[in-house]
Design a protein. Sequence first.
Length: 293
Amino acid sequence: MKALTFIRISLAIILDIFIFLLIVILVLLSSTRQLINRDNLSNYIKTSEILNMDLGIILNKEEEGKTIKESIYELGVESNIPKEILNDIFKSEEINHIFGDFFNHTINYLFNEMGKPQLSKDSIDKLKEVANRSLDDNINLMLENEQLDSYIDEFSSKIVNIIPDRQEIVGDLPIDFIQKLLNFNRLYIYIIIAVLLFIITLLLWSLYKPLKYLAIPMIISGVMFAILGSLNNLFCSYVSSHIQNLTQLILPLITIFLTIIFKIGVLISFCGIFLMIIYVVINRIVINNYEFK
């Protein structure tokens, strides 16, 4: 009987290790997804000053010497937008959100094979708001708001020209792997975890003991990711010493990614502690009832 109990507990521990690994994978997938949403990309654009970087380096092109900002600025001039208004647009806080949205669409274009990125209607409306505020401030400009809006529409449609053909950018990147990673359905992981917990329930023949087997990997993985997310200086120092050319591009990305991991780690560890408290309370009630009988 003791041997059978030992085997059941051992199997439960092995399944618990699998649950831990699945939670780690789930956190990494969630962090990657969050990294490329519009708000984080907007923050990244602001922190890294990506608009002032060389277009050739960013887009993996041979031609260098022109920044993204300069390329976009030229498109604005070609669209007949006055330079005073363009200057105000690029000084505005909204520019980071506008191009965060644009680069979010660019990522979908690169890795999900969607159509060439365009500015969303929300971004175009924000662009028009900034432009019209600038027009009101520059009273010397003889231009109607409706005409300016049409220039902004033309400018928005031309911005897509700064993004070259998809294949030119991706080059030799393992695009299939990245595509599968970004599009992986996390529901499968949740289902597998649920199945493993059900098996643990059968092995232990208990409805509440699996709470402990879920809480422990959550606490361990949560603390691990919280610690990992706190090592921003260490990672940035390592990257700075080994990668010279693209540190300005990579370091803000690392900081944002580690911040996401830290927040998720703290959340998971607290959830694990909460489950462990529930387990301890239920276990104490069961023990007290057994002793009472």
